[in-house]
Design a protein around this ligand. Sequence first.
Ligand code: NAD
Length: 508
Amino acid sequence: MHQTLEMRALNVEENMTSLIMIFGATGDLAKRKLFPSLYRLYNKGKFHKFAVIGVARKSMPNDAFQASVRDSVVSALGNKENIDEFISHFYYQPHDVSDSSSYGSLKTFADQIDEHHKLEGNRIFYLAMAPEFFGPIALHLKSDGLTDVSGYKRLVIEKPFGHDLESAKELNKQIRTAFSEKEVYRIDHYLGKEMVRNIEVIRFANAIFEPLWNNRYISNIQITSSETLGVEERGRYYESSGALRDMLQNHMMQMVALLAMEPPIRLTTDEIRSEKVRVFRALRSVEGDEVNEYFVRGQYGEGEMDENSVPKYRDEPMVDKESNTETYVAGKVMIDNFRWAGVPFYIRTGKRLKVKSTKIVIQFKDIPMNLYYQTEKMLNPNLLVIHIQPEEGITLHLNAKKAGGHLDAQEVRLSFANTGIHAMNTPEGYEKLLYDCMRGDATNFTHWDEVAYSWAFVDKISAEWQKTKADFPNYVSGSKGPDAADKLLEKDGFFWWPVTDLEVDICK
Ligand code: NAD
């Protein structure tokens, strides 16, 4: 029987009527991402009935809150169509989440809004707040009756989900007192990105790739997520996190799982998640001395970015002058199963690097014998490049006859860029994730098992790194990262494909 992507829709209970309660509604995430995403959904006619209660500590009249929602939509999208009608669905409730006594009035208010807008007792609680509040809020939502509703109740929770396996377990325990696993939507915003979602389709909707998608034909896979920004004003948070926890444990490992998983038997949330979990179970655990054979850490020094001098990490605000926190991590991840035995997945991510780019390179093995020498060098291996951001697209690197030459081969690139054709309609990641949550589709949110396996993997690396003080800083701002990251691949006979040389051609 043919499986179609649409079949996933059969597994969701599409009910676009909901009361959305945003905790942290005056914060950066709400303003930059959540309000504009809700507006786009509204303007596309996706909601049946909805209302939003913004919750934050400071007191503010309703119309001031509505004005701030309007401002954030206009500054993000420059669009004002139907904006007055849109903001009329927004309400504000001042509430200190650490004050146990004020949840009662929040419940009364939520019940009134539910009644007024006829929201059928459907409730989404979106925690856009500092992670230390996640557990206590979930406990209060239960104990103060906010989750006693006649419709569905869902909890959307931002990263970081814990600081390590132990704290993640504790947080999960608190959340699960109020919500079942099916009701928890752990955001990994990479899973909202168009090309990350496309990995599954590229793999499972093309007859030409899946037969080659294994250790017989793939030599290695490289995942790069490089940022040009430094730590900015997030020094306090970043000091307790670092690149390993902030990027690798979640976003990078999720991309590994999507690239490595077996085809699911159906495109349902449970089937896809269980295939991803099987990848996590097959991860080769590295600990003790092995950690530094498989992983490299770095921290940026001062340097030049766009002809401006930028400080070293240790001179950033709220950062320890002797900080041992890594702003860069590169590693070799091995998946010890039948399909991937022997194929390294190289991953790297860092701040203050030369280019902003997230890309996946699938490098295929060399052909058994090369008949076509190029003028000076050997044939290039075939590459499939998935451009995640800022460009979105796919490039397939092939070898073909050089025009006019005898039988010389040269590299040709077949490119598809999302930007040209679909840009106008490509929804932003948060918009897709909010839409999925309202539809009850948790596929692109992380299941607890994925989180737990991933923390167990990462904890062993951080345990080893905490033992020793690194020789930081070890890369210059604006560079490609520490030299040790190149050596990691060189010892296996590979090299990082430079992300700037892999740009996708924009379809005009
Ligand atoms: P922020 O500091 O800008 O906003 C925090 C919000 O929480 C504010 O509305 C503040 O008023 C409210 N708040 C703080 N203490 C409170 C209390 N005791 N009672 C009630 N409200 C209180 O934070 P942010 O950048 O919006 O991030 C929120 C969450 O989203 C964090 O977990 C963060 O890691 C995650 N996140 C943010 C981004 C982003 O782009 N900002 C991206 C990914 C993940």
